[in-house]
Design a protein around this ligand. Structure first.
Ligand SMILES: [Zn+2]
Length: 287
């Protein structure tokens, strides 16, 4: 069932677990994640970046596909369809297309402009019953083309954005997108703790979930993280399983070239990754 992320995240925050946001790229990705969420009786958030939206022929195509798939597969666990790192224009387009949740990433604007734009979108989302995520302190890595430690958010700025009525808040705490470099110094738990102290019940979001050690994930959840974004890890698992299939020459045996066969190991690998993450985040059985 397609819902906003509000209730599932408030429940997660109160219950000290996190809901995974898994980014989708195509039909196979979407189906794999939805089926796993249903099998694990877990709430789930499907993330769509603006680039992935373009790739899948627009946000409306995505929203219609997800809704039809939920219907056709009989998915009864709560599913949020969420714009990941949306621009102001992208957020408006997703709202129109039928997404149930958006992220407006104004972290690259001066804080006053981030506040003004976030505030306007909070009003629109409130009226339509959608959830909205805002960001303070840019997250490093691919996001800005720089592989670095990631910016660390100012807890007071987090409080200002949280008070606008957003549903959930992403704050940079040294986390980055993509693979973590060898010299990464880890998450800034002091900052996360300060943010949680100031923002109270606000569900906090951890981006760049790929490659963060399990103990750090658990500590982050204990300090108020209720949504964790996973993207790269599913891509790596899919690519690895597909490469093995081809390297073993299976596409050359019989009808092994049939896309339904060729893509099957990758789909299974995504399902396995999603399942592992749901277990680690503690969302299994929480639908
Ligand atoms: Zn992100």
């Amino acid at each position: 069932m397609l819902v906003s992320a509000k209730e599932m995240l408030n429940k997660a925050k109160a219950g000290k677990y996190a809901v995974g946001q898994f980014n989708i790229n195509n039909l196979e990705w979407t189906k794999a994640i939805l089926l796993t969420a249903q099998e694990e009786n877990s709430p789930v958030i499907l993330g769509v970046s603006e680039g992935a939206g373009k790739y899948m022929c627009g946000f409306k195509t995505v929203a219609d596909m997800v809704k039809a798939m939920i219907d056709e597969l009989g998915i009864t666990v709560p599913v949020a369809l969420h714009l990941d790192h949306g621009s102001y224009q992208g957020a408006k387009k997703c709202i129109e297309a039928g997404f149930s949740s958006i992220m407006f990433d104004g972290s690259h604007y001066p804080i006053e402009e981030n506040i003004a734009k976030t505030k306007e979108l909070v009003g629109v989302c409130e009226e339509l019953g959608l959830s909205i995520e805002a960001e303070v302190g840019a997250i490093g890595g691919e996001e800005d083309g720089v592989i670095g430690g990631g910016e660390v958010a100012d807890p007071n700025e987090c409080k200002m954005i949280a008070d606008l009525g957003v549903t959930m808040l992403a704050a940079g705490i040294g986390n980055i997108h993509g693979k973590y470099p060898e010299n990464w110094t880890g998450l800034r738990f002091d900052t996360l703790d300060a943010i949680q102290q100031l923002t109270g019940n606000m569900p906090l979001v951890l981006h760049g979930g790929t490659g963060i050690p399990a103990d750090m994930i658990k500590k982050a959840i204990s300090l108020g993280v209720s949504k964790i974004n996973v993207n790269t890890e599913c891509q790596l698992a899919f690519a690895d399983a597909t490469r093995k299939y081809i390297e073993a020459g299976k596409d050359l045996e019989g009808k092994g070239f049939d896309p339904r066969k060729l893509l099957a190991p990758g789909v299974e690998a995504i399902k396995e990754t999603v399942k592992e993450k749901m277990e680690l985040f503690g969302s299994v059985g929480k639908a």
